[in-house]
Structure formats: structure tokens, C-alpha cells
Design a protein around this ligand. Structure first.
Ligand code: ZN
Length: 73
């Protein structure tokens, strides 16, 4: 299964937000990393399914930790 592309944003409180781009239409979905559960599924506005595997979430958490380290927080 294709892993969705994602980016990590930190807000001013250093909460990590996962920005997931739909593979079909490119629409970006923002989700707070803290509230994400493994195997989260949602449907894009274009109808394409977006599934987050535990692997994606772990990769996102790792990237968020790296960003926090870069900010020294
Ligand atoms: Zn879409």
C-alpha cells in the first residue's frame, strides 16, 4: 500500500500537526499528531481514501521530535 506523503508543522505551542497530502487531488489534511491513532482512515473531499498506518504515524512522530530538537525545545 502506498504511504501518503506528509509534512510536519509545529504551532507556537510546539504541538505537532501532520499535514497529509491526498495522493489523488493534492488536497492537504491537517491533523494534530497527538490525537492520531494507528490505522486512522479518512476520506478526502475528492473521495479518495487516506489511511495512516502505524508506520506513517511513527515516521511523523520521529520527524516531529527532530524538528523540536532543531528548535531546542
Ligand atoms: Zn483528494
Amino acid at each position: 500500500m502506498k504511504q501518503p506523503r506528509f509534512d510536519i508543522d509545529l504551532d507556537k505551542h510546539y504541538n505537532a500537526t501532520m499535514v497529509i497530502a491526498c495522493a489523488v487531488c493534492g488536497h492537504e489534511h491537517r491533523m494534530t499528531l497527538k490525537t492520531l491513532k494507528p490505522d486512522t482512515s479518512m476520506t478526502c473531499q475528492c473521495g479518495a481514501p487516506i489511511t495512516l498506518t502505524p508506520h506513517s504515524i511513527m515516521a511523523a512522530q520521529k520527524r516531529a521530535a527532530e524538528i523540536r530538537q532543531a528548535y531546542r525545545v
